[in-house]
Design a binder for this molecule. Sequence first.
Ligand SMILES: Nc1ncnc2c1ncn2[C@@H]1O[C@H](COP(=O)(O)OP(=O)(O)O)[C@@H](O)[C@H]1O
Ligand SMILES: [Mg+2]
Length: 227
Amino acid sequence: MIEVESLTKHRAGLPVLDAVSLRGVDGGVTVLVGPSGGGKSTLLRCLNGLETFEGGGITIAGHRLAVGPHSDVGLHELRRDVGMVFQQFNLFPHLSVLDNVMLAPRAVLKVPAEEARSRALDLLNRVGLGSFAAARPATLSGGQQQRVAIARALAMRPRVMLFDEPTSALDPSMTSEVLDVIMDLAKAGQTMVVVTHDHGFAKRAATLVVELVAGRVARQGRAEEIL
Ligand SMILES: Nc1ncnc2c1ncn2[C@@H]1O[C@H](COP(=O)(O)OP(=O)(O)O)[C@@H](O)[C@H]1O
Ligand SMILES: [Mg+2]
């Protein structure tokens, strides 16, 4: 599902990813850990085609990313299959919760309105927010907004989900409600790459833990070995 070969990315002449390889991630939950500035976000952004890179290559959900500019068509197809949830939820403030979740399936996949609506409601129920469908995002707590962001990403039925520190902008009291949703996805077999400092979550969920330090894979293995 995910293969990264010797990925190298420079910024201002310095390597922020230095020959990073991940092999044989065939499903499961890969947790990225490591100190701030180690390259975790950059790696996730490369996996979703948000960044170009100078060396190596990526295969993800059947898509191939190589050195040089990515084609618009390629990115369009990639992002149907690879969903991303950010630290800041980035919901559309002027749309209801339901419309946030329906938007991409309607606009990108051309799913008919009624079907998109019923799927979006199912997803909101799955993240425990069915009763908030008509609300504006700003009226929800941070934890609730992040769960909407997860539902919105799932609405595209991605083969891989990427999470970049999904709970680090939240009050600690809201962390578990979001991690529980991500844990449920893991149990349902969703392939995921999760950047998190929550070692408890990593120990429960991770099939593979990868530690990135200064742009290199310092260690990788099972959670019990690494954490
Ligand atoms: N937009 C940017 N411009 C220049 N340098 C950046 C930018 N974003 C990140 N970096 C640098 O790239 C390195 C890796 O950052 P990042 O991937 O955000 O690490 P992490 O997510 O592990 O904290 C850091 O040294 C950071 O300063
Ligand atoms: Mg980061």
